[in-house]
Each structure stands twice: as C-alpha cells, then as structure tokens.
Design a protein around this ligand. Sequence first.
Ligand code: ATP
Length: 273
Amino acid sequence: MSECTHNCSTCGESCAERQEPQSLLKQPHAQSRIGKVYGVVSGKGGVGKSMVTSQLAVTMRRKGFRVGILDADVTGPSIPKVFGVHERARGGDNCLYPVESSTGIQLMSVNLLLEHETDPVLWRGPVIGSVVTQFWTDVIWDVDYLFVDMPPGTGDVSLSVFQSIPLDGIVIVASPQELVSMVVEKAVRMAEMMEVPIVGLVENMSYVTCPDCGKPIYLFGEGKSELAAARHNLSLLGRMPIDPALAALADAGKIEEFSGNWLDGVTTALESN
Ligand SMILES: Nc1ncnc2c1ncn2[C@@H]1O[C@H](COP(=O)(O)OP(=O)(O)OP(=O)(O)O)[C@@H](O)[C@H]1O
C-alpha cells in the first residue's frame, strides 16, 4: 500500500481510514408528508420568480393537490405578502407549522417569523442558509407539491438549498433581457453541477398585450426565449406577459384570484415528471 495522502478521491485503496463522500441532504421532519419538491430559480432578482412560484402553487391547488411554498428568499421574502398572509407562524416542540393561505396553500417564510414584517434580515450567509434548511427539517409539511422560492442568483443560500433539500427539479424564470445574458447560463450550470434536473424555462415579462387591438407587443424583441431554450437545451414551458392586473393582485395580497393559463405547460410538465 502506498503512503496515505488522506485524499480518498485520488486513492483506490480500501482501508479503515477511507471516507466516502457524504451527502449533505437533510431529512424532513418525521411528521412531514412531502411529495415532489421543485425549486423556482432565476439568474437575478426582480424577474418574477416569486410571481411564477405563486402562480404554480395556485394552479396546482386549483387542480386539487395539497401544495406548499417554502420561501427561501430570506432577505427579500415576498410570498406571504402576495398571498395576503400577515399572521405569525406557530411553533411546537422542535417544530414549526406552516401558515395556510385562504385557499389552503401552506406557506413558510422568514416574514412569518419576524415580529414586524418590515424588519430587515441582517444575518450573514451561513445563518440564512441554516434558516432555509430548518424550513425543510423543522416545518411539518403535508403536501403533494412543495415549491421552493429560491433566492436570486447562484450565491451561497442557493447552494445550501441545492445541497440540503432533495429537489426533484427546478424551473428557471427569466426576463427577455436576462435571456441574452450569461446569468441564465450560470443558473443552468449550477443545476447541472448539483445534478438537479431542469424541468424547463419560463419567460416572464415576455410581452404586453395592446389594450386596443389585443396584439402582443414584444418590448424587448421576439423569439429570444426559443433561442435561449435551444442554446441551453431546455424546454420552453411558458411565456407570461407583463400584466398590470397581475401586479395589482400581488400588491393587494390576492394572487389566488389570478386568471390566465400561461403556466399550464409548466404544471403539465410537473404532473408528468
Ligand atoms: N408578469 C408580470 N406582470 C406584472 N407584474 C409582474 C409580473 N411578474 C412580476 N411582476 C411584478 O414585478 C415585481 C417583481 O416580481 P417578483 O417579486 O416575482 O420577482 P422576483 O424575481 O421574485 O424578485 P426577487 O428575486 O428580487 O425577490 C413584483 O412587484 C411583481 O408583482
């Protein structure tokens, strides 16, 4: 046997010192019942990731599934607000209970734990990462589908989610402008490196509908999403317009009242996954 370098990855010997690579995936709470788990990610902030997460959850709930949203966007949590939920989450012995929206969607977000929902979260990355992990390990979920609203970008909290929560897949949300930049590619590469399947791509703020003639106006140019999807070998599952009615519903905490079938391609893909 050659001299031990303590680097098992470059050594073929089988010995007592050998350490297999350890999975960092965490177990959910023993009382949780969780079906499929999907992350909703974006290369950068403000492209509508929370909007898409909320609409996916509402659509799956309308189909009769039990649905939850784990808001992993700890420093910019918007999920409770768009659902009009302002009460605080209750805790039990070593557990937390999600708060239910008016249609029964289970929600957990740091904003449901803060004394004042306008308080900023002035925590460093590792603390934020551990809070997100606890939303998986300590919350008692009872869902067929759990959507994780990821923090924007490919920083350390996103990495914590990928490492600690066993995602069945991710949905990538991008605006037309973002589709031509490298940030989408970074999100795609991150998923590939973490070996998480990509369900597909959603282009948000793709166009506006002319209020007079009903024609779509592609403010940022047409056809970018097809090109980007082809470039990254992704399925283009939906295109959502900029719709002032959607923004108004989100601002009023009434996202459960949205109408529109832009994301049906995504929910069909999730159901058949
Ligand atoms: N298709 C749309 N039509 C109209 N308004 C939209 C649309 N998509 C998103 N918005 C609005 O744009 C703003 C940003 O959306 P959202 O919070 O979903 O983005 P995000 O990507 O989650 O941002 P962050 O990562 O910074 O939290 C919100 O006010 C939201 O209501």
